[in-house]
Design a protein around this ligand. Structure first.
Ligand SMILES: Cc1ncc(COP(=O)(O)O)c(C=O)c1O
Length: 340
């Protein structure tokens, strides 16, 4: 089976497993795990933030960022389709007791008009106080131009708001933009990054931010049961991925493009090639037929996932080579022909 469901399905490489086997460890709740400390220092340095915190998942990194930034009843602004909005079980309301106010397209960042409208009545007694804008880059595999992010960050700074960036795939964005991770994240007050997606580590993410944000997040991580002990064993996999796997993300992007181009002409399927910026391809299928297509793909040896609006999502990753992409296009062509 060629598994294109997500870039989270990768297995640790032999070299990564060796790094994990040999990891120096200590009790990270006491701050004594040297490998976790090294990972946190390296990721902070690389992303241009004063501090970082290793956490089990991207969802926890995002939720800790919100928890650290807002007070109960504050408003968090985010895209209606962002992970924070729809894929974290309403965590903003459940954990930080904040309220979401969502914007829609055309792009993944809010327009200046939308931002201004949101602030217009901020002192009205009826309103929840706006506090945090949460952006995402990459967003559905597309890259958010840094100028857009900085426009929002400048607006936030001028108006006393904070910006969080869900950079679960910041590494892919930086690769596609030809910028460093720090340049790609600039302007954000906090940043979530994942090691377990494009980078191929088995576990973990990090929240990056200022010293106060990270201190608050460290307490909240413990509150949520996320204080880990000899976490160096898994942090070593993340550290290995951070050091060795960023440089190969361009291969994933090239393969996603080849996949998209191979599928675009097939009967019954559609792909917006202009939206393929990194490692994700969204395939449109006739309305109501997503499950039938997913089943046919699987029958022909390709695992894929359903996405928003009934599209099928295909994601390239570390465990796939050029031959897998060729084979996947052949298999999808057969599935499409069978259903046409
Ligand atoms: C954009 C984005 N943010 C956050 C997450 C959450 O990461 P995790 O699954 O590690 O909680 C994901 C997961 O795929 C994601 O795609």
């Amino acid at each position: 089976m060629i598994d294109l469901r997500s870039d989270t399905v990768t297995r640790p490489t032999d070299a990564m497993r060796r790094a994990m086997y040999e990891a120096e460890t200590g009790d990270d709740v006491y701050g004594e795990d040297p490998t976790v400390n090294r990972l946190e220092a390296e990721v902070a340095e690389l992303t241009g933030f004063p501090a970082a915190l290793y956490v089990p998942s991207g969802s926890m990194a995002n939720q800790l960022a919100v928890y650290a930034a807002i007070r109960s009843g504050d408003e968090v602004w985010t895209h209606v389709d962002s992970h924070v909005s729809i894929d974290e079980q309403g965590g903003v309301a459940v954990l930080a007791r904040g309220q979401l106010r969502t914007f829609t397209g055309p792009g993944p960042a809010p327009s200046t008009e939308w931002l201004e409208d949101g602030l217009r009545e901020r002192h009205d007694i009826h309103r929840a106080p706006p506090r945090l804008i949460s952006l995402e880059n990459t967003f559905g595999g597309t890259v958010v131009p840094v100028a857009e992010q900085r426009r929002v960050a400048d607006f936030a700074r001028a108006n006393g708001l904070l910006v969080h960036l869900d950079g679960a795939r910041l590494w892919n964005a930086a690769t596609a933009l030809g910028l460093t991770p720090a340049e790609t994240a600039r302007g954000a007050d906090s940043l979530a990054v994942c090691f377990s997606k494009g980078l191929g580590a088995p576990v973990g993410s990090a929240l990056c931010g200022g010293a106060d944000t990270i201190a608050r997040a460290r307490r909240a991580r413990k509150l949520l049961g996320g204080g880990m002990r000899q976490a160096g064993v898994i942090a070593a996999g993340a550290l290995y991925a951070l050091r060795h796997h960023r440089g190969r993300l361009a291969d994933d992007h090239r393969r996603a493009r080849a996949l998209a181009e191979g599928i675009a002409e097939l009967p019954g399927l559609s792909v917006d090639l202009a939206a393929v910026h990194t490692n994700m391809v969204f395939v449109g299928v006739p309305r109501g037929r997503t499950d039938a297509y997913l089943a046919a793909f699987r029958e022909h040896g390709v695992a894929a996932g359903a996405s928003y609006g009934g599209a099928i999502r295909l994601v390239t990753h570390l465990d796939l080579g050029d031959a897998d992409i060729t084979a996947a296009v052949d298999a999808i062509a057969k599935a499409a022909a069978a259903l046409a």
